[in-house]
Design a protein around this ligand. Sequence first.
Ligand code: NAP
Length: 294
Amino acid sequence: MRVLVLGAGGQLGKDLLTALAVSGHEAIGAARSDVDVTDTSQVRAALTRGHPDRVVNCAAYTRVDQAESEPELAFAINRDGAGVVAGACAEAGVPLCHISTDFVFGQAVEGTPRPWRTTDDPEPQGVYAKSKREGEVACQEMGGPLYLVRTSWLYGNRGPNFPLAILRAAAARRELRVVSDQVGAPTWTRDLSTAICWLISTPHLGIHHLCGQGATTWYEFARATLEEVGIQARIEPVSTADWGAAAPRPRYSVLDNSRFLELGGPALAEWRSELRDYLGSERDGAVRAALSGA
Ligand SMILES: NC(=O)c1ccc[n+]([C@@H]2O[C@H](COP(=O)([O-])OP(=O)(O)OC[C@H]3O[C@@H](n4cnc5c(N)ncnc54)[C@H](OP(=O)(O)O)[C@@H]3O)[C@@H](O)[C@H]2O)c1
């Protein structure tokens, strides 16, 4: 299969190109400088040039807090750009895999929370979350064949990402304060990419939730990162309110992967073992660079 990956310069895009090649697919990567997803003529031209069998849209505006002060840009990329890509794919009859986020879910979890199902109603909070949700709707409205993949708390090869930021801060002996009352599922882009490769080879369209197994807090995620690398550093747990980020975030955003697993998709590993494998694989690469302040 020939697969056009948009947003190929990002964390997920890079790992997806590798996973596609490993799975025997022909991957065509288009970074932002090659194809701007907000430009209809560029997107159409990429489809005409590449004749792909599938398109995966990894392009996004992902600066969650900054989005609060530049909503026009976030909506232009995450909503309008998603619609441009979905429209061009629908015109060309090419199935699209669009990547979305756990942040489309809201705060309203009463009692003991359970992982969000693909059938649950989104209730996005904040500009980034709303722009991503409206992007999902824009894709659905175009009416073409659509795999809609929601994932969470991504980290991957080049970053910037949370584990590398923690290592950099610990190495610089900066005070580590990490939010301890938001629960989610960290996901390694390498494992996610393998799952996406499988999914787009199947006829199973619709919404899929794909994240590392289990659940944790940012605080425990930070502690686990330091433990895996063998670094001693004090981390202070802080509440969401005390942290005071610009954008609201769901208190609980774990996704329920069961639809994907019932369809026979390859399970993503448990988050802690994914993290161990990621940090091990990057010991002489991104991890060393983060610890040396690079
Ligand atoms: N990161 C997470 O924790 C997380 C969690 C859940 C879901 N997601 C979703 O997963 C997907 C991949 O995220 P990621 O972590 O790989 O993000 P990323 O590293 O920020 O990559 C996004 C890529 O999109 C590119 N891009 C931005 N605007 C574009 C445009 N107008 N046209 C074409 N490309 C454009 C960016 O290029 P520039 O860098 O040049 O702007 C970047 O290379 C996104 O849909 C994101 O919303 C991410």
